[in-house]
Every structure is written in structure tokens, then in C-alpha cells.
Design a protein around this ligand. Sequence first.
Ligand SMILES: *Cc1c(COP(=O)(O)O)cnc(C)c1O
Length: 342
Amino acid sequence: MANWRKLAGLVVPARCAAVVKADAYGLGAGEVGPALAAAGCTTFFVAHLDEAIALRAVLPQGEIAVLNGLMPGCAADYCEHRLLPVLNDLASVAAWRQAGGGPAILHVDTGMARLGLSAAEVERAAADPALLAGVPFAYAMSHLACADEPGHPLNPAQRDAFREALARLRIAAPASFANSSGIFLGRDYHFDLARPGVALYGGNPIPGRPNPMRPVVRLDGRILQVRGVDPGTPVGYGAAHITGTPARLATVAVGYADGFMRHLSGRAQGYVGDTPVPLVGRVSMDLAIFDVSAAPAAVPGGFVELLGPHQDVDALAAAAGTIGYEVLTSLGHRYHRRYLPA
Ligand SMILES: *Cc1c(COP(=O)(O)O)cnc(C)c1O
């Protein structure tokens, strides 16, 4: 995977993990995990214990960490599958110690109020080292809230807070901080282990600047029917679009049940060859209609490019008013998927 190698190269001498939560951002962790391992990745992060157990089945080697942390009664599963729980509070640290667990990751919240030890917990643990004693921490981590905004003052504030917490807690374990965008904030943010996700899958980690990552996903929708219509023809549910001129319309087998969001209605376009073809009317569950008047090559059985060289994940996301992460993780399970060698 060229994108992982690129990011790993950028963070040297730090190491580079891979975040493969949410089924590798919708692309298939069962395929992506082993491909990344073949590229040299040895540390993987998922969100859920179930995701970790499934990943362990295809990745017998390597570290697999579970971001959502330890749930009551699950310590034995972590041990059985050799998983690293991310311990997000002092109670979890105590529970893991109690369960006789092995290596784990300590997560410190440095400014997003989401997961990890709060400032008050860091305070308590600094005052009472017994609270963290007895757990062999493989890593300490924290997570950036605004890494995609390089000028945001929270970035250096979080970095400094993380450094201070590591010092106060006297944690000697390697530290992990940067997500995809964090890697591009510079050396100061790399610490010992980077944790990119979206950039591995072709999302732009530096919004507003040219995307340094290689595109990973291509999505084509199959054309089921093409029809010529007169001006004044209502198109799709709610008659939300009325043709203004004679038009050729292509009905394509993609809909919101496939993660082709309804909110794209009237805002997105696809491509037939190099020709942009506007999406017209509402996206329905299984179907979407494109005006292919300008694209004589659009014929039944052919395809409309939805993601590909003419439209990347971030561009389609912008049309839907969302981010590339949501477009990827929404990709449906009805697509015929083909994985090409990297
Ligand atoms: C999702 C996630 C990442 C990866 O973030 P990207 O922006 O996709 O690179 C890293 N760390 C944590 C804690 C996460 O939740």
C-alpha cells in the first residue's frame, strides 16, 4: 500500500501504525489489514473488540489495539486474542490490572473531551503512582481535535499537554499522537508511533491543499436504462426535478442504501468518460438518475463514474456536505468489490 509506505517514510524515525476501524473505513479490513501487513505495518488500531477479534483471524502476527477500550467482562477476550486495550480512564486501568491483563495502551485526553484520562485523572495518577502501577504500558496515546487545521492553536496546546502528562505520569512507553492530518503538522507531532487512517484510503489529510495521497477507491454505477424525455418531464420521487429541455436520462443502480447519500440529490455529478453528467432529482434507495444528454457514450450496461480519477472522495463528500470519512464508511455492501494489487 503506497499510501502507508509514504506516511511511514514521512514519520521516520517514528513508526507508523494503521487505523483500520469501521471495516478499514468501509473498504474491508479483511483485505486491507493483510495488505498493510505485507507492506510492513505491524500495529493496527480498531474501535471495537469485535473488529479486533475479526482482524486477529486474518492477522495472526502484529499488535491490534482497541480504541474504545475495556468493557466489563471482556478482559479474557483481550488476552485470548492477544489484543491491546486502550485504557481510557483510571477505573479501566484498575480493572485491567485486576484481571491480570498484559500490555495495554494508556489514553490521555489533551483537549477533545472524548476518550482518555481527564486532566483531573492525570492529576490524581501523578500524585499517586500506584494508580498506574502494575500495568505494562506498550504505548501512551492522545488524539488531536483540529489536526486538519494547521493554524489552530489547540494543536500546539494539545501537543504540549501530552508531553506534560507523559512527564508527570513518568510514562516511559513509546508515545502515539498523530492521526493522518497530524503527521503533516511536522516532526513535533510524530512522537514514536503515528496512527493514520483516512490518508491510507486516499482521503486528503491537508484540506485546501493538493492531496498528497494516492486515490484508493474507484466506484462506478451501472446504467440500467437510458431514455429520451421531453421538456417538462418530472424526474424521480417528489418530481423534485423537471426537465427544462429535451434530455437523455440514465437510471443508475446506486442509491442511499449503498451509501450514495440522499443529500446528494441535485448537488452531485458523475462522469461518463471525461464528460460530467449531473445527478437529477432525488436519490432513491436503489437508484439515481443522471442527465447524460452530453454523453452519447452512456448506454444501458455501461457505467457512470461516481468516485475515480474525475471525482475523488473529498469532492463527492463536499457535494453531500460531509467529509470523505463519511463517504467511505458509508460505502454499501451491495457493490461488487474488486481488490487490485497495490
Ligand atoms: C480514527 C482515529 C484515528 C485515525 O484518524 P484519521 O484522521 O482517519 O487519520 C487515530 N486515532 C484515533 C484515536 C482515532 O479515533
